[in-house]
Design a protein around this ligand. Sequence first.
Ligand code: ZN
Ligand code: FE
Length: 255
Amino acid sequence: MLEVVQIPVLHDNYIYLIHEPNGWATAVIDPAVAEPVLQTLEEKGWKLTHILNTHHHGDHVGGNIELKRKTGCAVVAMARDKERIPGIDIEVSEGDIIGLGHAEAKVLDVPGHTSGHIAFWFAEEYALFCGDTLFGLGCGRLFEGHAKEMWSSLEKIRALPLSTRIYSAHEYTQANGRFALQMEPENQALQQRMEQIAKLRYLGLPTVPSLLEDELATNPFLRPHSPEIRRRLGLSKAADWQVFAEIRHRKDSFT
Ligand code: ZN
Ligand code: FE
């Protein structure tokens, strides 16, 4: 069993530390900053072996160099993005397997937010670390990709087991939910989820990770087939990716 520690940093980022006790491996996903990671490692008595980066943005790689210098760990990231990932040691691409002691993660190529974005899928743990591709009730902005490309990335995630835990890199769920309710106000699962989210946030608790099953039922970006969304957008006959593109477009100007 992997132990996962969630570290909230900056305004709304999450860093994840993953420890595999039998093989003494410890990985950090998307270290925006180094200091809180070093502190948690010390508290736990763990030695950092890997940095796994989902994409090149500063709030995901900012701690790479300092962590590498202080722990001697290896940086694992997308081969296509080797010029933009500080300190990259191991270049990976779609389907590659990363061993962490006795655990392993499969690399999923999920471009759209950036052209080199990847996710780490721990099949035995039903855990997906997806950076800025999928959020609670939302998805990443299309900075370097087209809607069609992002939609096929999201389809890869949609095909994972329903009990998959979605470890996103940001706490955006509640704000995303306000937009989701505008897209699908009659969705009862969404209404209920928004009540749970409000309780969690009131108590200062994270809404991440979420379950893929819940995202499929409530996240408009995974629901372009929804008759209510299609009716609202006047896109009853469009392809799923086109409906997705319109939802993404409207979210970009939603305040
Ligand atoms: Zn990003
Ligand atoms: Fe980010």
